[in-house]
Design a protein. Structure first.
Length: 314
């Protein structure tokens, strides 16, 4: 079973407009509302692929009620920890002409200590049945500094592989706490490590104890970095669409393979890159196109010279 934790869930609202004009007035059809946050997207993709999952997150206020109702309708197995604070919203406006997506994320409100303790207890209760633990997404402002290391630590102590997808200082915390796999993008990696060279930045996380770094490069594909190997996967042509949730689909691919006992970095990279690309083709985060099998076959996978990713300024 894949157990996902979403510390800062959101009700994802998506509208599509013909052309997004700054300062303009726009008309759109009724938007879509979906329970979101990175860990919930991971659980949704993995569940659709036939994997056994349980998604753990919080829900509070009227927005939390909408999130809970949508999760029930989705049939994704889940456990919701009630909190007093209102669940946040995330707004995506898709420009149909350009294919661009503008996103506004509310920051969220930090739950009380007792509410965090209830979430941790839910995780601990379900860990014995888990083959993989995924901790994915941002933390609300004011969250305890010990929260992320604690969530990762309980998984590591139980001998369960932990995949973490987070950013900022939390990315370094995740590496130090024993995360097996980290999945930053290039900007998040530079922001966390201060290292402009993406390969060197990824290897700095490996030196902290992480087994595998899956590094998203956007239209340039994805890198898999281990202590002894560097792999690059990409399509010949980037895909147009909605990139929201593409990284989450990559995490879901990694989680599904880890739950099956697969540890080969190339197999994981191929599947993660294909699912990420397939997510771009879908209108909502948490879905992947059935074309992912064709995309996986079209990938170019190589062992590049690490210096080829070094910024010219360095």
């Amino acid at each position: 079973m894949i157990l996902t934790i979403t510390p800062n869930p959101a009700l994802d609202l998506t509208w599509r407009v013909d052309r997004l004009i700054e300062g303009g007035t726009h008309r759109a059809d009724t938007g879509a509302a979906r329970a979101g946050g990175k860990g919930l997207n991971v659980a949704r993709v993995a569940h659709a692929a036939g994997a056994e999952v349980v998604a753990i997150t919080t829900a509070g206020g009227r927005v939390g009620e909408e999130l809970a109702a949508e999760l029930r309708a989705s049939r994704v197995p889940h456990a919701l920890v009630p909190v007093a604070a209102e669940t946040r919203r995330s707004i995506a406006v898709v420009d149909e002409t350009l294919g661009d997506t503008t996103i506004i994320n509310e920051r969220g409100v930090n739950p009380a200590d007792a509410e965090w303790a209830a979430l941790l207890a839910e995780v601990v209760d379900r860990l014995p049945a888990a083959r993989v633990l995924v901790v994915s997404g941002s933390l609300p402002p004011g969250a305890p500094d010990t929260l992320l290391p604690l969530l990762i630590g309980v998984g590591a102590d139980a001998g369960v592989p932990v995949i973490a997808d987070t950013s900022g200082a939390a990315l370094l915390q995740a590496a130090d706490a024993g995360a097996t796999v980290l999945k930053p993008n290039a900007a998040e990696l530079t922001d966390a490590t201060g290292i402009l060279d993406p390969v060197e930045g990824a290897r700095s996380l490996i030196s902290r104890g992480t087994e595998l770094v899956l590094l998203s490069l956007g239209a340039d594909g994805m890198l898999a970095v281990t202590a002894s190997d560097l792999l690059h996967a990409r399509l010949d042509q980037p895909l147009a669409g909605n990139p929201t949730g593409a990284g989450d689909a990559g995490v879901a691919a990694c989680a599904v393979l880890y739950a099956e006992g697969v540890r080969d970095p190339e197999r994981i990279l191929r599947r993660a890159t294909a699912w990420s690309a397939a997510a771009v083709l879908m209108p909502l985060a948490g879905d992947i196109s059935p074309r992912w099998t064709d995309l996986e076959q079209q990938l170019r996978v190589s062992r590049p010279d690490p210096d080829s990713f070094r910024p010219a300024s360095s």
